[in-house]
Design a binder for this molecule. Structure first.
Ligand code: HEC
Ligand code: HEC
Length: 306
């Protein structure tokens, strides 16, 4: 009799233990992964380890590398005849392309020539620089044989040292995000005022190309630039902004912010008609027509974000 009671109590205790174990196990469900920021590569992948600018060699090549770095850091003030807004390359490629989350340049010389569906031709790296000159900088192409173009190439080559041609670089082209939720414009404006205005200004015109560059208006990128696409702007904001706190905003918040920013006027790109000559034009390029539709609430977001 006593043994039976003992067995029953034993089973009861075992059951209680198992239930308790199950609950603790459920409580230990790993947290949903944070925003997809670029993670450190595993040992087999190529390391992000550009040479220091302190080690630039003496002599003419060294001079060109340093001049190239300066041009990339102070583009609007050093090249006023070629830049049509108040941005510098570092306004988007933070740290001159050495910040791993901010569309970095490390290894970029090994990724070109490359076929570009937007332009429908094979691009050299000089072509790609000029792509940002005419769209992101809303300016003019730099002559290919200019001292400036050669200096930028010298700099990009220097920071790509040691990376094999054609290598798969896990930090390249990471600032894009798919499956964006339908944005809410008012929430975007509210969050802008709260978290972005201090550096980027109440009217989006910015506080300086390296302190808070223009997000809309005459001194920002034109609507043919990559950041004029919802997926690219939202991805960029997600991974890098607010400055120093990249990865803290939700998908909904970055969608709201991107829609708010792209609803504002900006320089118009004249080449929309000839872009994507072989098809494949994305639906999320926010041009003048779509800006108006965002503002008057007639935009078909399902179609834009499909
Ligand atoms: C308004 C933002 C903006 C500005 C300003 C800008 N770029 Fe870019 N650039 C981009 C974006 C976006 C990409 C695409 C990379 C990505 O999606 O991560 C890009 C890509 C590039 C690439 C190709 C990178 C690769 O891995 O294929 C090069 C080279 C480049 N930019 C050079 C420049 C140079 C040089 C300047 C200054 C003259 C400049 N960019 C100014 C936004 C900008
Ligand atoms: C503390 C200042 C600061 C705050 C706050 C801040 N930014 Fe920025 N932002 C910068 C700086 C500086 C750059 C230039 C690139 C860099 O250094 O990272 C930049 C670049 C950008 C760019 C690309 C360049 C351009 O002109 O389009 C975008 C887009 C952007 N920020 C959006 C935002 C949004 C959206 C917020 C709010 C969620 C925000 N930023 C908050 C300082 C700030």
């Amino acid at each position: 009799m006593k043994t039976n009671v003992a067995i029953i109590i034993g089973f009861f205790l075992l059951g209680a233990f198992l239930v308790g174990y199950k609950i603790t196990e459920q409580m230990n469900i790993p947290q949903k992964e944070a925003a997809p920021r670029y993670a450190e590569p595993s040992a087999r992948e190529i390391a992000f380890n550009p040479p220091s600018l302190d080690d630039v060699p003496d002599g003419p090549v060294g001079e060109a590398i340093k001049y190239g770095h300066q041009l990339i850091s102070e583009t609007d003030t050093m090249l006023p005849d070629y830049v049509g807004n108040k941005l510098s390359c570092i306004s988007c490629h933070a740290g001159g392309g050495l910040d791993i989350n901010s569309s970095p340049f490390v290894g970029v010389t090994t990724a070109f020539p490359q076929y570009r569906p937007r332009e429908g031709v094979v691009f050299t790296l000089e072509d790609r620089i000029n792509g940002c000159m005419v769209r992101s900088m809303n300016g003019k192409e730099l002559p290919y044989d200019s001292k400036e173009m050669r200096a930028m190439m010298a700099y990009l080559t220097y920071i790509s040292e040691g990376i094999p041609v054609g290598a798969d670089l896990p930090w390249r082209m990471q600032n894009s995000t798919d499956n964006l939720p339908i944005p809410n414009l008012e929430d975007g404006e509210k969050l802008y005022k709260q978290s972005c205005l201090a550096c980027h200004g109440a009217d989006g015109s910015g506080t300086g190309s390296s302190t808070g560059p223009a997000l809309w208006g005459d001194n920002s990128f034109n609507d043919g630039a990559g950041l004029s696409r919802m997926t690219k702007l939202a991805g960029y904001i997600m991974n890098t902004m607010p400055k120093g706190q990249g990865g803290t905003l939700s998908d909904q918040e970055v969608s709201n912010l991107a829609a708010f920013i792209l609803s504002m006027d900006r320089p118009e790109w004249k080449g929309h008609d000839t872009d994507w000559p072989n098809g494949g034009r994305p639906n999320d390029i926010i041009n003048k027509e779509l800006r108006e539709q965002i503002r008057n609430g007639t935009i078909d977001w399902e179609q834009v974000l499909n």
